[in-house]
Design a protein around this ligand. Structure first.
Ligand SMILES: C[S@@+](CC[C@H](N)C(=O)[O-])C[C@H]1O[C@@H](n2cnc3c(N)ncnc32)[C@H](O)[C@@H]1O
Length: 377
């Protein structure tokens, strides 16, 4: 990957950070997400909520059932984009087959996956649901009614990196240096960057660096054009725009993951590490409204999971587990899904958008005061 990038940079005189990131992650031969290796879970580079515990998938399944009921039942299509190793799909389908057979019988589940080896692993994992599942590329998805689901998809879209210097928007380009890559601040490669910030009404302040995920907005428009009626359920780490561009966030949010080590240097191990940025949920909501979607719910992952029955699930699982050590392990791994500091509960957000479904009271919106807490010991 490094050799290819150096040649390309030599040929073009520099790549925007978005082009550099797109190649590091998705270059057909050398890109991180094109390689056959396992990327998620203990043997990979990072954990995702669905790789932590199957409870995550069971609770997302509760929300899908609720959406199906809100739509009056009948055929329901779930399109999961960026399904990783397929854990979320498996946990959802296992849960639904057992607890909601009627919904399961109405369901078709599409996985939008471009990597052939990942498709193969997903199809082996989902073998018992093979009559329900199918694979497609995004542009092969037919107009559908149901739910477009993603977990940690948008943080993997290539982003432009910008800085404000002397009141002017500048863009980071990647150039060759003696021992690898270096950055060069130049005039923006496209006027779309300034147009995006003007549309958003928000952006980085003088001296700060930030990422602009133009692809997230384009993606939402493409997806909502295919959604006839139903929901878009987006789970990812990120912030509302004002928090993302807050003056104290001087260096943006770019992070790399390599064998469970997080760091902020995208120029090492090109093609062998994940590169991510936090999602601008304000931009997703605003783009959705432009595209005819309503924001139905937005909040932290812990609130979403609690609303759907996290505490009740934890009590059932604890009661089933007799061994105190295993009970403790269970509590620790589940704690990860909801803990704010260092866990996934707070930085991770959930956005539910709807089209043609009115303003339903979604199951995830149940307030924490309605949760039956266990009696004190
Ligand atoms: C962090 S991983 C997803 C993790 C997974 N959803 C989970 O819960 O374990 C991000 C995935 O999004 C995929 N991806 C990125 N852009 C995509 C696109 N336009 N269509 C489909 N998948 C995409 C990447 O290939 C990668 O597999």
């Amino acid at each position: 990957m490094q050799e290819w990038l150096r040649e390309e940079i030599g040929r073009q005189g520099g790549l925007t950070f978005a082009e550099f990131m797109a190649n590091c992650l998705y270059h057909p031969q050398h890109g991180y997400y094109q390689s056959p290796q396992v990327r998620i879970g203990r043997q990979g580079d990072f954990f995702t909520s669905s790789s932590v515990h199957r409870v995550f998938g069971s609770l997302v399944a509760r929300q899908l059932v609720d959406m199906w009921r809100c739509m009056g039942g009948g055929e329901f299509v779930v399109v999961e984009q960026g399904p990783g190793e397929g854990h979320l799909a498996l946990d959802i389908l296992d849960d639904l087959r057992q607890t909601e057979p009627e919904f399961y019988s109405e369901l078709r589940y599409f996985l939008v996956e471009q990597n052939i080896v990942s498709r193969q692993r997903q199809s082996e994992l989902l073998i018992k649901h093979q009559a329900k599942v199918d694979w497609a590329l995004e542009d092969e998805i037919e107009p559908f009614s149901g739910c477009l689901l993603s977990n940690e998809l948008i943080d993997a879209f290539p982003v432009h990196v910008v800085e404000v210097r002397g009141g002017e928007l500048q863009e980071v380009f990647v150039v060759n240096s003696n021992d690898g890559f270096a950055e060069d601040l130049r005039a923006p490669s496209t006027s779309d960057l300034q147009t995006h910030l003007d549309w958003l009404g928000c952006g980085p302040v003088e001296g700060n660096r930030a990422e602009i995920n133009l692809e997230a907005v384009r993606w939402l428009h493409r997806i909502s054009a295919r959604l006839q009626r139903g929901f878009i359920l987006t789970i990812d780490y990120g912030y509302p725009s004002k928090e993302l561009f807050a003056p104290q966030r001087r260096q943006g949010t770019l992070l790399c993951y390599d064998k469970h080590q997080a760091h902020d240097n995208p120029y090492q191990n090109a093609g062998c590490q994940d590169i991510t940025t936090h999602v601008d949920f304000g931009a997703l909501q605003k783009a959705g409204e432009d595209a005819g979607l309503q924001t139905l719910w937005f909040g932290e992952q812990y609130r979403f999971l609690m609303g759907l029955g996290f505490v009740e699930e934890l009590m059932v699982l604890q009661a089933r587990e007799q061994d105190p050590l295993r009970q403790r392990q269970l509590r620790l791994s589940l704690k990860n899904l909801i803990m704010p500091d260092g866990g996934m509960g707070d930085t991770f957000k959930v956005l539910v958008q709807g089209k043609g479904v009115g303003q339903p009271d979604l199951a995830c919106a149940r307030s924490i005061s309605e949760i039956p807490l266990p009696p004190p010991m």
